[in-house]
Every structure is written in structure tokens, then in C-alpha cells.
Design a protein around this ligand. Sequence first.
Ligand code: G3P
Length: 249
Amino acid sequence: MGRKFFVGGNWKCNGTFDEVKKIVNILNEGQVPSQDVVEVVVSPPYVFIPVVKSLLRPDFHVAAQNCWVKKGGAFTGEVSAEMLVNLEVPWVILGHSERRLILGESNEFVADKVAYALSQGLKVIACVGETLEQREAGTTVEVVAAQTKAIAEKVKDWTNIVLAYEPVWAIGTGKVASPAQAQEVHSELRKWLQANVSSEVAASTRIIYGGSVNGANSKELAGQPDIDGFLVGGASLKPEFIDIIKSAE
Ligand code: G3P
């Protein structure tokens, strides 16, 4: 089964109402390959989701950057999967390293969130990735395999999951993984899925790369056999996001 190229824009905790409207205008005017070639999803902070949804071109979709681990209720400050479904937000990013490392989300907690979000009908961009220390200790594959295993233990159907490999040392640092470095980990993740989930899931799950992707390096990264797209941070707030989307061609 062919894997459609996927480009996500993670806006993180950035933007004012006016800035967000400007970014949406840039996206709406961009000439990009058709939806048959590339799936584009942008992820604004929660408060801007309704305005982005109402203004964004129909061939681009919206993701939340997080959601609560179970049914909503008395959880001050959280946003539930049910609320996202109610607002017709199709996607959610879960397990981003900023949440794992700054907010202490464990592999198990992320996996619970992934399972719950899927059970409510959301599609999930599930993030994995090693820190610089872990890479230097030679444990990269072990770390991303453990993060993926936690998810695999709680999820049977992988149809609505995109796996995002985001090495922490490459996020927001300008220090992009080389195409060979990224390809190596993507290939290991695919092998892990094949050995531990199924050949079908390994062949059909999109594994996207995130970490200092920009308009200048996206084409070469996209040429790697196991890189099926990107999760873009900083550059997703700029016109070059359009160039990154074009690297799908
Ligand atoms: O989720 C995207 C991300 O963490 C990468 O950020 O700014 O390095 O593209 P950036």
C-alpha cells in the first residue's frame, strides 16, 4: 500500500490572533501538490483552532497539539478528545518531546492518550525521539522502540496513526539530522513495526521526520525511502512551509 506524503505544521505556543490570520493567508495562497499527493495538517494552539478552521483552505486540515488522556470532566486546564471531535478537529499531536520532557509525560501516559484519542475517532500524530545524551550513549533505537512499544501495547489498529520521529537534539536547534541519520532511524522503526506489530502495519504506517526541517533541506530528506513526510515547527510559521509541502513531489 502506498504511503501518502504527510506534512504537519506544529505552531507550538506561538502567535497572536492577527499573526495566525496572516499565516493562514499565506497557506491559502500557496501553490501546492494536490491532496492525492500530500496530506497537509496544521496545528495551532487550542484557542486559535476555531478561527483557523473557519479560514483555512479545505484541502488542509487541523490538528490539536495535545488532548486529555480520558473522558473529560473535572480536569482543570485540559481539553478532551471529545471536544476536539465535537469541533470536527480530525487530528491531534501526542507525545511531543516538549510534553514528555518539560511536562513529564511518560511512555505509558502518552500511549494511554493515543489509545483514548483513537477510540474517540481522532487521528494521531504520535511523536518519538531520543535526546542528545541518549544518542551519544548509542541508545537511539532502544529509546524510540520503547516509546513505540508502549503505544503498540495499547493500540491494535494503526490505520489512524502517523509516527513522527523527532530527535530532541534537532528540535529548534537548526541542527537537522542528516538524511542518512534520519533514514536509519526510520528504517529501524519500520523494522520494529514489522517484527512486533505486522508487515502490513510496517508497510502502510507513515513515519515522518521532525527537527529543524526547512525549505532548503526538505527535498533531500524527502528523498529517503522511509521518510514519509515531516512535522515542522519553526518553519511552519513562515512562507517556506509551502516549499516544504512541495518536497512531496
Ligand atoms: O513538532 C515539530 C518540532 O518539534 C520541530 O521543531 O522548530 O525544529 O522544526 P523545529
